[in-house]
Design a protein around this ligand. Structure first.
Ligand code: HEM
Length: 264
């Protein structure tokens, strides 16, 4: 048998509702209301919700499938690189004499250092694989054709920037493998036609491969290229939202009253 609750003191008793008075608002509803009020406050001053709605509530073609998630997966891999990279930069020292030791410190001594470094290292491989898969998807679905040629070109720039991230990041631990592998990589760049030797000089930061090369690679790796990637992703996604995504090539285009209906 359930015993009745002990009576509350009169000061804590809920007041009886007056005739015509609305039902009391529950705390969870109050919380929701204040959230909505805060968003409304910002929206009234910025009109951001229109843009957000334009970006997020888009019609997608019939037959959209899991292959369409590869672009967002690449974006997620990039964000993972950005977040873990910030934490690595808190401990990493890009000087020729301290780089190796600071990387060792991150792995062996810093709190969760091995985990964060592992996430960054494996994340870079994942991002490269995803960007190629995403490119293959857009190629095989014919998404590079009119009117999306510009988005394909921006994609090519993103691909080059992603590879540049991988290349410049590889030197940073400054161990034997990364040192010699980067010398090979820089020399391969040098064999390119016309710009090759200039690119070689620029990457080395002078005639010799050494301390300036390392700080140059670090600046390219953590400032120049991530900034360019973020800007390019912005342009890429703007065009995706503006043009919509391509229907799969096997999707039959339905003709309705003379109007081409490609979208569901
Ligand atoms: C950092 C690299 C990249 C990110 C974060 C990214 C992100 C995205 C996202 C989220 C979409 C929309 C969803 C989807 O179709 O998957 C998209 C679409 C597209 N991407 Fe990328 N992308 C990247 C690299 C590339 C590359 C390397 C290419 C080709 C060279 C490319 C070409 C395209 C094209 C043509 C579309 C339109 C697809 C369609 O209309 O169906 N992207 N991208």
């Amino acid at each position: 048998m359930k015993l009745p609750l002990p009576p509350l003191p009169s000061a804590l008793q809920p007041k009886p509702r007056r005739p015509g008075e609305a039902e009391p608002v529950k705390p969870v509803d109050q919380l929701k209301e204040s959230g909505i009020a805060a968003v409304d406050w910002i929206d009234e001053r910025t009109s951001l919700s229109g843009g957000a709605r334009w970006m997020m509530f888009r019609k997608v073609p019939k037959g959209t499938n899991w292959f369409y998630t590869l672009g967002s997966a690449t974006l997620f891999a990039f964000l993972n690189q950005a977040v873990t990279g910030v934490f690595l930069a808190m401990y990493y020292d890009p000087s020729a004499t301290r780089a190796y030791e600071s990387a060792r410190f991150i792995t062996n001594e810093a709190f969760l250092g091995e985990f964060v470094r592992g996430m960054h290292k494996w994340g870079s491989t994942v991002m490269v694989i995803l960007v190629f898969l995403h490119m293959a998807r857009t190629f095989f679905f014919g998404a590079y054709k009119y009117p999306r040629e510009l988005n394909w070109v921006i994609g090519v720039v993103l691909l080059i920037l992603t590879m540049t991230m991988s290349f410049t990041g590889y030197l940073l631990p400054f161990d034997q493998r990364s040192y010699w592998a980067t010398i090979v990589g820089v020399n391969i760049n040098g064999t390119g036609p016309l710009v090759g030797p200039y690119l070689n000089d620029f990457l080395r930061g002078g005639p010799e491969f050494g301390a300036t090369t390392l700080s140059r690679f670090y600046a390219i790796h953590m400032l120049l290229v991530p900034g360019a990637i973020a800007a390019m992703i912005g342009a890429h996604l703007y065009l995706v939202a503006k043009l919509g995504t391509t229907a799969p090539p096997w999707q039959k285009v339905e003709q309705k009253a003379g109007v081409t209906e490609e979208h569901a």
